[in-house]
Design a binder for this molecule. Structure first.
Ligand code: P6P
Length: 352
């Protein structure tokens, strides 16, 4: 097969689009059939459609305040249900998936037609923040199906550990719209920024690497009265004045996972949503929040752990957790390798 060759395009002229990048990754994958590539194109299309609705929301919301209908006379739906409908429709029409799990759906959509991949997603995470114009996002993970190829998809296709992910990413609908994804550490983590004038995502953050150490910690301190002692001791440590270890760290907490994770991925530092008395299993969902973020952070040289003490001879990596149900929750600690190691040290010291 003729090897493709790309004439390097001077950055000042035309940037690399997400579609071209996905195609290049396919060209670097021997035996690729195009199914995975087509699926990523569908995720990209759905992201553009959701972006358009998110950008309208403020306007629709303002104009829709007079009642249940918006300027087009449509019923104003909750934006996360709209996002869910867009992703589910695009993925089903695309015929590349056999199973779809969504935070918005109690049970998975199981499909005939021989789709080879299973997708778990949070179609619009943090949507309660849209009213105050805070960054929200879509989070997704893609697994190769495990069930018989020509049968209807099964829940088992979605109940795979994060270590079996084939791709994961998020779309951040913020001051600009960014699509960040990875198909594995070998290929790196890459960020694309949407040019709304032409509706294309262009490569803006090539080969993102999480700094080994950052200068911010991100946790909801409003939960501190419910935390394990180890969590409280860790936060106090991050606040101590110690120039030698560049403390205190700055506190940054948006309350929207995609916003807090994106900042941590780009700048380093640590984000934690630990288990506490209110959420003894943690708040965030394993399959479509924690696992995709863990996949990205590890692919970018960072770490992602459960925040629980490592079991004897076992692992505390998020990617090693064996899921038992589609919507199960987990504690989540992601960030720079050194900062996550500091977090772990407090787990050991207090034996929490
Ligand atoms: P809390 C948003 O509702 C979300 O699911 C994540 O995006 C975010 O990280 C977390 O919950 C925030 O939770 O309890 O701090 O408001």
């Amino acid at each position: 097969m003729q090897q493709h060759s790309w004439r390097p395009v001077p950055p000042s002229s035309v940037g690399i689009t997400l579609e071209q990048h996905i195609s290049q990754q396919m060209a670097m994958s021997p035996g690729a059939t195009g199914h995975f590539t087509a699926l990523l194109y569908q995720v990209m299309l759905a992201a553009k459609l959701v972006d358009a609705r998110v950008r309208q929301a403020g306007l629709a919301d303002v104009l829709g305040l007079t009642g249940e209908t918006n300027i087009q006379g449509e019923r104003v739906q909750k934006l996360d249900l709209v996002a869910n409908e867009i992703f589910c429709t695009v993925l089903q029409r695309g015929m590349r998936t056999c199973a779809i799990a969504s935070e918005e759906l109690e049970t998975a959509i199981l499909l005939d037609g021989g789709g080879r991949y299973a997708v778990a997603m949070d179609p619009l995470d943090g949507s309660s923040n849209i009213d105050c114009n805070v960054t929200i996002g879509t989070i997704f993970g893609i697994w190769r199906r495990r069930s018989e190829s020509m049968e209807r998809g099964q829940d088992e296709d979605l109940l795979q550990p994060g270590s079996a992910l084939r791709a994961a990413g998020y779309i951040a609908y913020g001051s600009s719209t960014m699509f960040v994804y990875s198909t594995g550490a070998k290929f790196g983590v890459h960020g694309f920024t949407l040019d709304p004038r032409i509706g294309e995502f262009f490569l803006s953050h090539q080969d993102i690497r999480v700094p080994s150490r950052g200068n911010t910690y991100s946790v909801n301190e409003g939960n501190s009265s419910k935390w394990e002692p180890s969590t409280r001791k860790w936060v106090e440590h991050m606040k101590e004045d110690d120039a030698a270890s560049k403390r205190p760290y700055g506190a940054r907490y948006v309350g929207s996972l995609v916003a807090d994770a994106h900042r941590t991925l780009i700048k380093g530092g640590i984000f934690a949503y630990p288990a506490d008395r209110k959420s003894p299993k943690g708040k965030l969902r394993l399959q479509y929040e924690a696992n995709p973020m863990a996949f990205l952070f590890e692919a970018a040289g960072g770490r992602a752990i459960t925040g629980r003490p490592k079991p004897a001879g076992g692992s505390n990596r998020i990617l090693d957790v064996r899921p038992e149900s589609l919507h199960e929750r987990t504690p989540l600690v992601i960030g720079s390798s050194d900062d996550v190691e500091t977090y772990e040290r407090f787990l050991g010291e207090t034996g929490a």
